[in-house]
Ligand binder design. Sequence first.
Ligand code: HEM
Ligand SMILES: *[C@@H]1O[C@H](CO)[C@@H](O)[C@H](O)[C@H]1NC(C)=O
Ligand SMILES: *[C@@H]1O[C@H](CO)[C@@H](O)[C@H](O)[C@H]1NC(C)=O
Ligand SMILES: CC(=O)N[C@H]1CO[C@H](CO)[C@@H](O)[C@@H]1O
Length: 514
Amino acid sequence: MAETQALLVYGALAVAGLLAARQVLRDRELAHIPIVHGNATGLLASYRDALKFDTDAPDLAQRGYDLYPNGVFRLSRKYLWQYVVTGKKLVKEIGNIPEETLSFIEGVEETIQSRITMGAELQENPFHLNAVRTSLTRNLHTCFPDVRDEIVCAFNDVLDVQGSDWKAVYVIPTMMNIVARISNRLFVGLPLCRNQEYLDNNVKYTIGVFSSAKAIGKLPPFLRPILGPWMTTKNQSFDVAMRLLGPLVADRIRKDDELGPEWLGRPNDMISWLLDIADESNRTVEGIVLRILSVNMAAIHTSSMAFTHMLYSLATFPPSEYFLPMRAEAERVVASSGWTKAALGEMHLIDSFLRESQRFSTNGPLGMNRRVMKREGLVLSNGVRLPYGAHVCVAARPMHYDPGNYDDPDVFDGFRFARERQAQRTDANFDPSKEVFGRQMITTGPEHLPFGTGKHACPGRFFAATELKAMLAHLVINYDVKAEVEGVRPPDDIFGMRISPNPRGKVLLRKRVD
Ligand code: HEM
Ligand SMILES: *[C@@H]1O[C@H](CO)[C@@H](O)[C@H](O)[C@H]1NC(C)=O
Ligand SMILES: *[C@@H]1O[C@H](CO)[C@@H](O)[C@H](O)[C@H]1NC(C)=O
Ligand SMILES: CC(=O)N[C@H]1CO[C@H](CO)[C@@H](O)[C@@H]1O
């Protein structure tokens, strides 16, 4: 018995020794990429940094950025080195490298454990991406009246602000509910988009993906596929979605089969767009339901967080600074152009405010997670070689706070982009075709990364911008807003790669009084 134990101990030591030796060799190979440490020094700094990554990532990212502008550095994380790329040229480069070399899918895998939390089949055949990128975006003009109608109803029902008394509202759950409803008006249509059980299921699934990814990410990688499936609520969410959405999808497949894809009254929604492009093997009730669930997950969390960040900021300023000018703009534009998608294009202050809020309150210190897929590694244009399997990302927040990219980057300047557009227009050499691609909410670039940039820049951003601008315009016209404690913004919630708005924060709302 004792002998077996001794054997086991020696065996384990031998394996540990081999692993350590391998690590040393690997580390030597990587020595050309500098490691950035927090305040800890000495032999154990790397381990201490890894343990503190979850709370210190913003600080570490900024340090690295200051030390290695236009370059690459490494941060120590529990189970991996995080390679961070800085500077406009290299960030742009990262955005355009093809999947076979630098994988977006494997990057998402690391951040949200997507194979376990959402399902491997989504990556194998991601046809829902095309439905978002192409059909949803193309239909925004046509579907805008539905978006507008749902905004009006959702604000009434969900906010339930009556009369002129101030009402304190928990912002995140409220916005999740509202955004889920508006989004699902275009995903599955009436009446299901108002079914509270259906909406709650999507919200619960969305939150569940992030929270279970957080828990699974704490496990060593080899345990993740074993324990991970028991740590998600994916199956429960899917079952509820099958019960509530399944019959509708089955009916639509049956009608398409019987009447062809052009039948009179065929709804113009995500179900149809998915059925239009799904190959035969995925044109099943399960396949479509799974994809609607995953589009919900991509749409709800991101958009409601963006709106929440924006609202927290807006509420801290005196109304005369931003709120009333945006109200005046929305009223003027709606009076002349009505509630249309085109009218939103004229709302430069509102667009600018949302864009500045996304710049200022970045989703995370780091972004655009990728993984190197080439055995021989990836050599960047500056000659730095990233090894096979390396976890790569860009220093998103530091790019947003670089004085080389923005004047007074530490100042929240809600109308900075509107002023730039105005200046551009009054310039004698003004080229209107350029303005379209100027600093609008939907425009990405290496200095503006809330939606990423390059090949995988968020395909839902055209919809997100339409939805969020229409929501903000509706809010400023119909409500008054103030902070719960005057001038105080609820502090952000920092965890690893994410900077989220405060989950327990409130703002005060009332029906507009003047
Ligand atoms: C303010 C709201 C939103 C933000 C901040 C946001 C942000 C992002 C980011 C940062 C990425 C990854 C970019 C990269 O790594 O290069 C992404 C990808 C994606 N987003 Fe969004 N998003 C938003 C809204 C939406 C909406 C409303 C939808 C769907 C209707 C959507 C669907 C997607 C999809 C499908 C991808 C994956 C793209 C791919 O695989 O190439 N997003 N989004
Ligand atoms: C390092 O120290 C500075 C100042 O003492 C502090 O602001 C910062 O948060 C610390 N960073 C880390 C990573 O511990
Ligand atoms: C989830 O559902 C799938 C497919 O029905 C099944 O194979 C898997 O075992 C389920 N996972 C859990 C943890 O119940
Ligand atoms: C859910 C589902 O049926 N997924 C299938 C979609 O089609 C691809 C091939 O085109 C299959 O590999 C998936 O299993």
